[in-house]
Every structure is written in C-alpha cells, then in structure tokens.
Ligand binder design. Structure first.
Ligand SMILES: NC(=O)c1ccc[n+]([C@@H]2O[C@H](COP(=O)([O-])OP(=O)(O)OC[C@H]3O[C@@H](n4cnc5c(N)ncnc54)[C@H](OP(=O)(O)O)[C@@H]3O)[C@@H](O)[C@H]2O)c1
Length: 278
C-alpha cells in the first residue's frame, strides 16, 4: 500500500485527499476492498453497474468513517468505458492513489456453446478495461512517485481450465501483465500487485452460472482475500496467492505435465450436464 496509508489515519495535512478507486465495488471482494480502505483512511471512488448497491455501500461506509465516497455507475465492459471513467474523475477533481482493478466475471460451459458476445464482454472487462485504466492512471502516479495498483487476478490463471477456458486465459493475462509492470515501475515508487485468490465466497459463481464446484479447503472469505492483498502491497510484493492450500496446489501442479494438469482442471470445472469424453 502507498506509504502514507495507515489504519484509521486521516489524509496527511498538506497533501491532496487520498483516493482509492475500486472497480466492481458493489459486491464481493470489491465491496470488502472499499470497507477495508475506508478503515485505513482513504476516500473512495466506487464503480460498478449497480448504482443502488454502490449507494448502499457508500452509506454503510459513511456511517462509520468521515470519508468522501464517490459513486460512478459504469458498464466497464463497454468500449471506451475506461476513457469515460477517467474524464469523470478529472471533472470531479480526483487524483487516484490506489487503483483496485477488481471488476470481473467468469462463465462455465463449453467455449463453442457459450454466447460469443458474453465471452467478448469478459475479455473487455477482465483484460481490456483493466489495461486501459492502468495506462490512464499510472502516468500521474509515476509523476508523483507514489501510488499503487492491485489487479485482482486468480489462481485460475495458473493453468488452462477446460469449461472456463476464456476466463482462465483472462486471468493468465492479468497475472503476467501485472508482474511485468511491477518490474517496469519498481524504481518509480509505484507498487503493482497481482492478487490471486482461489475459490472465494462471493456472488461470482452465481453471476457466471457455475454448477457447485468443490474447492479443496472450501471457499475463502472475501475479507481474508482483501487483507492478504493489502498486506502484500504494503510489502511491495508483485504477486500473492492467497491461502496455504492454494499455494500448495499450485506448487504440486508445477511438478506435473501441463496436459495432465489441464485435464484435472477440466474434471473440476466440467458442468454436470456434460459427459466425460476422455
Ligand atoms: N469469487 C472467486 O472465487 C474469485 C476467485 C478468484 C478471483 N476472483 C476475481 O475477483 C474479482 C471480483 O469478483 P467477486 O468474486 O467479488 O465476484 P462478484 O461478487 O460477482 O463481484 C463482481 C463485481 O464486478 C462488478 N461487475 C461485473 N460486471 C461489470 C461490468 N460490466 N462493469 C462494471 N462492473 C462490473 C459487479 O458489479 P455489478 O454487477 O453491479 O456491475 C461486482 O461488483 C473478479 O475479477 C474475479 O474474477 C474471484
């Protein structure tokens, strides 16, 4: 986390109000980021499609903390969304100190059967908008020689996942892009983190119409994911895989042939109605 952001602190005097922009802040991991960052003294820009949910989270936060909370309703999968959001920030006079690129969704099913439009939306939200927002907000952070970016990736990005092939590929991109960027900007004082949770108890599986998937160790709480992410950013890490059980699984699968790993992942993610064809 950028140096001056500390638990329950107010913005240091003589500096601008410190803002975190959280995409997908209306539920799950994004909503938990909003609460945790407000507790650490940051003002917030909350972005998602559901204005009513964002307004409810704003009210909840402002009942506890004297923070400025700006709500921006925006479909971040639409072409040009990042540019529109950036100019809205300028209009409101907001400088972003911490960007949390969290909005994202998945889908389960055979690639050729899932609607192409929905998968293209996923590519735009999970990859294109995340990249564009980073490109638009990073130069000002570099100029100030401070700031942070947390890109919410996933353990899904560490191997191909049959029946969620596009989703897993989007997260492979997010992890690779973020870690490359960490090294590019390291000397500038800006921190970039790829946050990789495994299965987390949010609305994600309902939104992507997943069958029930059994994750080793069950689902992690979104609060624990956020805490691990903020701690890793504080420490200047480029990557964090949350939870010991997830790190162990990734370690073991590095030793196995990639084809077998993909096949195993397919077993885990195959929808109930699709027969095993192997
Ligand atoms: N849950 C997991 O098991 C898990 C594991 C690893 C990584 N992740 C990642 O964690 C991130 C957050 O997901 P979550 O688990 O917290 O799921 P979630 O509860 O479904 O939250 C997704 C958030 O993204 C927003 N969103 C979706 N489409 C959007 C769009 N087109 N434009 C703007 N905002 C949009 C949603 O709000 P609106 O619908 O209001 O727009 C919501 O706030 C995602 O990137 C996901 O890939 C999740």
């Amino acid at each position: 986390m950028p140096d001056q952001i500390r638990e329950n602190s107010s913005p240091p005097s003589g500096t601008h109000d410190r803002f975190a922009l959280v995409t997908g802040a209306s539920s799950g991991i994004g909503a938990c980021f909003a609460r945790a960052l407000a507790a650490r003294g940051m003002n917030l820009v909350l972005v998602a499609k559901s204005r009513s949910k964002l307004e409810a989270i704003k009210a909840e936060i402002q009942a506890k903390f004297p923070r400025r909370v700006e709500v921006i309703e925006q479909d971040l999968s639409a072409p040009g969304a990042a540019e529109r959001l950036h100019s809205e920030l300028k209009d409101r006079g907001i400088l972003v100190d911490l960007l949390v690129n969290n909005a994202g969704f998945g889908a389960q099913g055979e690639f050729w059967q899932l609607p192409l439009a929905r998968q293209t939306e996923m590519l735009r939200l999970n990859i294109v908008t995340l990249t564009e927002l980073t490109h638009l907000l990073l130069p000002a952070m570099i100029a100030r020689r401070s700031g942070g970016i947390i890109n919410v990736s996933s353990t899904a990005g560490f191997q191909p996942i049959p029946y969620s092939s596009v989703y897993a590929a989007t997260k492979a991109y997010v992890t690779s892009f973020s870690m490359g960027l960490t090294e590019e900007v390291r000397a500038s004082g800006v921190k970039v983190l790829a946050l990789c949770p495994g299965g987390t108890a949010t609305n994600f599986f309902d939104a992507g119409r997943f069958d029930k998937i059994s994750f080793p160790g069950g689902l992690q709480s979104p609060e624990a994911v956020v805490e691990a992410g903020l701690r890793a950013l504080d420490r200047g890490r480029s990557l964090v895989v949350t939870r010991f059980v997830n790190r162990m699984m990734l370690f073991v699968q590095r030793l196995a042939p990639r084809r077998l790993v993909a096949r195993q992942a397919g077993e885990m993610f195959r929808p109930r109605g699709i027969a095993n064809r192997q």
